[in-house]
Design a protein around this ligand. Structure first.
Ligand SMILES: [Zn+2]
Length: 343
């Protein structure tokens, strides 16, 4: 079978590799669609601190079940041919985080495509307990459930409520999906970025307002959107230092500020704003126990993620699509790899 392999930082190829065989309790899957995420790009760039090489990237996918564990009692209601997606995080289950139920922040978590091989391969083995069925769903939308879970977890962390005014900083895939998750709770969501094409898409997706930060300083956005009151919730989805300080400035008194963008650069800010405004600053990492709810939201058309998949390329073009993403080319929000149909 074929797999996209990052053989070393900066090097990616479509390789012929042996087909995997499922272990006990694992299903064999045929991958249908897989999304390219920022962390896959980091793996290619060599800036992903946890990646080792060679590595098959990918942790956002939809798939069809080809084989189930032989013991029928282990099949847990699944059938061959079922359309599924999978939770790509593998917590150890024993660390202090896991023992308190914070499995998404496991101290020894392994994420597919980073610490272990991921979904950019034709066949994939996964434990049944990681799989979620999505009968009848568009498999292209199903590949967006994992990034949607990141935004939804952040919205849950920030306790976003109906009628609240929220600002999302960063209109990439995660920022957009955070906006959709907050809108599903009835929040009024503004979104800010520096790329006009992304802001135009955000407006079509139902943003209450958009702000181009290349032309509007954050104070002006706060004035326009809230009459100067500030936002009840601010989500930071870029990881850039300037975006963190923008978030502090945009927050209303008593606001929740949730950090999703995983920045590496240091931020300099005066901490007194945290006291003066009595801010709650919340980190948000991965997601947990949320896939079924999101599959239901998308299947029932309460949330439409389809406009976010702005380009679909065949598997053969996957290495080039990864290189393009690493070069930062284009206005694409989410690029999906399409795998060939069953022979
Ligand atoms: Zn753990």
């Amino acid at each position: 079978m074929r797999a996209i392999q990052v053989t070393a930082p900066g090097r990616v190829e479509l390789a012929e590799v042996p087909a995997p065989r499922p272990g006990p309790g694992e299903a064999l899957l045929r991958v249908l669609f897989a999304g390219i995420c920022g962390s896959d790009v980091q793996t290619l760039r060599g800036t992903q601190p946890f990646a080792s090489y060679p590595r098959v990237p990918g942790h956002e996918f939809s798939a069809e079940i080809l084989e189930l564990p032989a013991d029928a009692e282990d099949a847990a209601g699944f059938s061959v041919g079922d359309l599924v997606t999978g939770v790509p995080y593998f917590p150890d289950g024993t660390c202090y985080s896991c023992r308190r139920g914070l499995t998404n922040a496991c101290e020894r978590n392994q994420t597919m495509g980073v610490h272990r091989d991921g979904a950019f391969q034709e066949l994939l083995c996964m434990p049944l307990e990681h799989l979620h069925p999505a009968p009848g769903m568009d498999p292209r939308d199903l590949a967006l459930v994992e990034p949607f879970s990141i935004g939804s977890h952040a919205v849950r962390r920030a306790r976003v409520a109906g009628g609240e005014r929220m600002l999302v900083l960063g209109a990439g895939a995660i920022g957009m999906l955070t906006m959709l998750a907050a809108r599903a709770r009835g929040a009024e969501v503004w979104i800010a970025d520096v790329l006009p094409a992304r802001l135009a898409l955000a407006a079509r997706l139902g943003a209450a307002g958009t702000a181009d930060l290349t032309t509007a300083p954050i104070a002006q956005v706060v004035q326009e959107a809230t009459g100067g009151d500030g936002f009840d919730v601010v989500a930071e989805a870029t990881g850039l230092p300037v975006s963190f300080t923008n978030a502090l400035e945009a927050a209303a008194t008593g606001a929740r500020l949730v950090l999703i963008g995983n920045g590496t650069a240091d931020v300099t800010f005066g901490p007194s704003v945290l006291l003066k405004k009595e801010l709650e600053v919340l980190g948000s990492r991965n997601s947990r126990d949320i896939f079924p709810q999101l599959i239901e939201q998308i299947s029932s058309h309460r949330v439409d993620v389809s406009p976010l998949r702005t380009r679909i390329v065949p598997l053969e073009q996957g290495p080039q699509a990864l290189r393009d993403a690493a070069a930062g080319a284009g206005d694409d929000v989410k690029v999906l790899l399409e795998f060939p149909p069953a022979p």
